[in-house]
Design a protein around this ligand. Structure first.
Ligand code: ZN
Ligand code: ZN
Length: 465
């Protein structure tokens, strides 16, 4: 039996995908999109060692694009096997994939207009909505803690990952030629005490662990300090009559920010002021959050009884149409605009940044991870000028990074998650992290438990029999 790491390897965070092979079966864990500028587009069309028609089953850990984004491509290339995921992940992934397919179709159509003029052959989108329709019947929902044999000799159990609603870590028991191995795929691990979500629930034992390492080198600031800083940023912007732009992933971070704002306004530490959620997908995701309230932690469930839903925030307005979104540019008032995407590589946030990032007094609040090469990364790094569309734009806005809103575990939380499994001396493979982060985490794990730790390269195969 062997496992190939087909994405989120070699010091990269995006493109999560594992291929598990035995003499009897082939199974995928996630099939995500590579993100960040540059070569991401070309790389996404290459599925590496994955032959979609020969895969027997797939597991999807959660609905973020870097984990589910290439299921559409699998569909296009003939994949028709079952896809197992929690019911919430199925709902959110449908939203994310439809949005992604539409973006692929639009991008291809735009490119083909140029090509037609220049007499060049047209391109086809990475995948289209029809490819998603093809894999629709493949979906099988699986609750947390339920055991299921998904292929000959391969069974799984999902554990709460506490990262976004519906997110799961996978415990996989693989049997082949008389040997049995328990492999755990952490997927993206959240944080203990995150509002709305339940705490991560690590599996208890493993022979092999594939562990994410996004923030393997540091701990985030505590939630209270983050909330205090957030409140100060907002007060300053209101005083200066300027806007606050928050690039946020539609699923997870957006709802966390709304929850924080709702709390601050209701307790009276923030005045009521306009908050715009400028992303059709984030609006849908926020409503879906309320529909999956059965997965909320106790506090959020109690809170929801006093409110009409996660979207019930004083002063919140949904911005659906592009026209309304453009109108926000001309409006000069202190307000918060939350728009996708989180890495500022696409989505409506890019327009808002172009119109505002050169203005002194404007605040840009970065609340999540931004891959190297993305506009978000350049802003976090403190670049004085950034390229937006075709223009170089000076950065005069204040860029704030609020790590405390992160949906990813920091180093101590990753260690805490590993704790129950460490006693069984598993081999650890660190993925989903840039090299400085995963090297720091590798050191920490070796120091603490003296385990063998490997840092897989892209498409590297490990024999585990
Ligand atoms: Zn994620
Ligand atoms: Zn991820």
């Amino acid at each position: 039996m062997r496992i190939t790491v087909c994405g989120a390897a070699g010091g990269e965070v995006t493109g999560s995908c594992y291929l598990v092979e035995t003499t009897r079966a082939r199974v995928l864990v996630d099939c995500g999109m590579f993100q960040g500028r540059g070569s991401a587009e070309a790389r996404n069309s290459d599925l590496g060692p994955v032959d979609p028609v020969r895969v027997d089953a797939a597991v999807l850990t959660h609905a973020h694009l870097d984990h589910c984004g290439r299921f559409g491509l699998l569909g296009k290339r003939g994949y028709r096997a079952p896809i197992h995921a929690t019911p919430a992940t199925v709902d959110f992934a449908r939203l994310v994939l439809e949005d992604s397919a539409r973006i692929q179709e639009n991008d291809a159509a735009r490119e083909n207009k140029y090509r037609e003029r220049e007499g060049r052959p047209p391109v086809t989108p990475l995948y289209a909505v029809e490819d998603l329709i093809a894999i629709g019947p493949c979906v099988r929902t699986l609750g947390y803690g339920e055991q299921r044999e998904i292929a000959d000799g391969i069974s799984i159990r999902l554990f709460e990952a506490g990262h976004i609603l519906g997110s799961a870590s996978v415990e996989m028991v693989i049997e082949d030629r008389g040997t049995s191995r328990t492999v755990v795929f952490s997927a993206d691990i959240g944080r203990w005490g995150t509002p709305i979500l339940r705490d991560p629930d690590p599996p208890r034992r493993a022979d092999i662990v594939f562990l994410e390492s996004t923030y393997g080198d540091r701990d985030h600031r505590p939630a209270e300090a983050t909330l205090k800083e957030f409140r100060e940023i907002i007060h300053r912007a209101i005083w200066q009559k300027e806007k606050i732009l928050i690039p946020a992933f539609s699923i997870g971070r957006t709802q966390l920010i709304l929850h924080a704002l709702s709390g601050l306004i209701r307790e009276g530490t923030l005045p009521r002021f306009p908050i715009y959620l400028d992303s059709p997908m984030a609006i849908k995701a926020t409503k879906l959050y309320s529909q999956h309230a059965d997965l909320f932690d106790a506090e959020a469930a109690a809170d929801l009884e006093r409110r009409a839903g996660v979207e019930d925030v004083p002063g919140l307005r949904f911005i659906e149409s592009p026209e309304e979104s453009r109108e926000l540019n001309d409006r000069h008032e202190p307000c918060i605009i939350i728009a996708g995407g989180g890495m500022c590589d696409g989505g409506r946030i890019v327009h808002h940044l172009r119109h505002h990032v050169w203005r002194r007094g404007v605040a840009v609040v970065m609340v999540g991870y931004a891959a190297t090469g993305s506009l978000g990364h350049a802003l976090i790094r403190g670049d004085k000028q950034v390229r937006i569309f075709r223009d170089m734009v000076p950065v005069r806005a204040t860029i704030h990074t609020l790590g405390g809103f992160s949906a990813h575990a920091g180093q101590s939380e990753l260690i805490r998650w590993m704790e129950p499994m460490a006693a069984g001396s598993p081999s650890v493979y660190l993925t989903h992290g840039e090299n400085p982060q995963r090297k720091a985490l590798a050191e920490k794990i070796k120091q603490r438990w003296d385990l063998s730790v490997a840092l897989p390269e892209l498409n590297q195969t490990f024999e585990i029999g």
